[in-house]
Design a protein around this ligand. Structure first.
Ligand SMILES: Nc1nc2c(ncn2[C@@H]2O[C@H](COP(=O)(O)OP(=O)(O)O)[C@@H](O)[C@H]2O)c(=O)[nH]1
Ligand SMILES: [Mg+2]
Length: 432
């Protein structure tokens, strides 16, 4: 082999090597590319699976949410079946028997400075209801206490009994402590007979209930004439918001305030219907939005527009009260307030917490949690008829510092009255 040949073959070999090398390189790159593509595909596959997983989780959550809503619906339906307002009491009350109830009611009115000619059947009727309503609470308190005391003067032991009775009537630990220590102090100074003891007890309880009312600067909550007053009724499901709103609408229109109702409980399908019945009874229009899951704040928006057009003086706003989504509930209330502040900054707003007296300490818990986040200005105690736990009104005054503005004692349209601490305490502790 000549040099040239060998040179040529070297060159050829080099070229072949280079070629092979390149081919190999290309193949390697091709493989790499395929590998990359495979990985890319794998990645996409993974992402797809991840998305699928998320989708599945979302669907699972949705399913849970649906189940929750279904349960809520069943709960609502259960409540609705007991929520249809009764027709009793639509008519003017008739004067009942001249009995103990009448005598007591008249005495309570007279002791507040009312003249005979000023006393109405309405008032007697209400006081009779209140006294009868608080009978269960009173039985546990006064009757037992009087049984234990007899006519004897109070002793430290009878104070222990009283303490137990007050706690049992859901008066609350703070209020009970206050009352008992005042009584104890008095006992150290003088002999206190049974009757004087009850009188002192009444004064102490009245003082506790009156304190937040005095602090608020308003003894009696009434809408200001010639202005737009907006009263929001808040509270958990079933406490009596809608019923109370119906009674308030009646009271308001009977007192010649231009009144309007906003049906802002858009969660319960039948809530609007329930309100319309109340509206018809008191001749008050109801602003609502029938579409499913309408925004409560939007209903309030519409209602304010209407209220402005019609020179409404009292706009009553019914709100939702589902507990399961408490944060949403508070957000909803905040949103409603924001709309009001924005649209009618000079409106006089009252946020009234509705509490079911029969729920006792549980009601107190609700009051505390609502008071924290809902900026309340007062409380309305309902269902004082037939509960033994009317004492919770005192706990609300003492522990949540909320003025009680109205009390409800029955399902009828007239079974709501402005709160009067004297009448309440007399009904709670009447010994006649
Ligand atoms: N006995 C009695 N029942 C009441 C009173 N207020 C409301 N209710 C009843 O409590 C139930 C729930 O009332 P509702 O107004 O629908 O409560 P909401 O869910 O807070 O709006 C209904 O059956 C009412 O008739 C009351 O003062 N006394
Ligand atoms: Mg309601």
């Amino acid at each position: 082999m000549t040099n040239t040949d060998s040179d040529n073959s070297r060159e050829w070999a080099a070229q072949a090597y280079a070629l092979l090398k390149k081919r190999q390189e290309d193949q390697k790159q091709e493989l790499q590319k395929q590998e990359d593509q495979k990985q890319e595909l794998q990645k996409q596959e993974d992402q797809k699976q991840e998305l699928q997983k998320q989708e599945d989780q979302k669907q699972e959550l949705q399913k849970q949410e649906d189940q929750k809503q279904e349960l809520q619906k069943q709960e609502d339906q259960k409540q609705e079946s007991i929520s249809s307002p009764s027709i009793e009491n639509l008519f003017e009350p008739e004067l009942g028997e001249f009995d103990e109830d009448f005598t007591w009611s008249a005495m309570v009115l007279a002791s507040q400075g009312k003249k005979m000619s000023q006393i109405s059947i309405d008032e007697i009727d209400w006081l009779t209801k209140l006294r009868r309503g608080l009978e269960e609470t009173r039985k546990g308190l006064v009757s037992e206490l009087l049984d234990k005391l007899g006519d004897d003067p109070l002793t430290p032991e009878s104070l222990d009994d009283l303490e137990t009775l007050l706690i049992r009537a859901d008066v609350g630990i703070d209020s009970t402590d206050k009352v008992i220590s005042s009584l104890r102090k008095k006992l150290n100074e003088e002999v206190v007979g049974g009757e004087a003891g009850i009188k002192f007890l009444k004064e102490e309880l009245k003082f506790i209930i009156d304190k937040p009312i005095k602090n608020s600067g308003t003894d009696l909550l009434v809408p200001q004439k010639g202005k737009l007053n907006i009263w929001l009724l808040v509270g958990v499901n079933g406490v009596g918001k809608t019923t109370t709103l119906g009674k308030l609408a009646y009271l308001s229109s009977r007192s010649n305030y231009k009144t309007l109702i906003a049906a802002a409980d858009t969660f319960r399908a039948a809530a609007v219907e329930q309100l319309k019945i109340w509206g018809e009874r008191s001749n008050v229009d109801v602003i609502s939005n029938q579409s499913k899951n309408a925004d409560p704040a939007a209903v309030v928006f519409d209602a304010i527009n209407s209220a402005k057009k019609r020179n409404v003086e009292l706009l009553l706003v019914d709100t939702a009260g589902r507990l399961q989504t408490k944060n949403n509930l508070m957000e909803e209330l905040a949103k409603i307030k924001k709309i009001i502040d924005k649209k009618v900054p000079d409106a006089i707003i009252e946020s009234l917490l509705v509490l079911d007296a029969s729920q006792g300490q549980n009601g107190l818990k609700q009051a505390k949690s609502f008071a924290k986040s809902a900026n309340l200005s007062g409380a309305i105690i309902t269902k004082l008829d037939g509960t033994s736990r009317g004492g919770v009104s005192l706990a609300v005054s003492e522990e949540v510092n909320l003025p009680i503005r109205f009390i409800g004692a029955g399902e009828g349209i007239r079974d709501l009255r402005p709160f009067n601490s004297y009448e309440f305490v007399e009904a709670l502790l009447s010994d006649k």
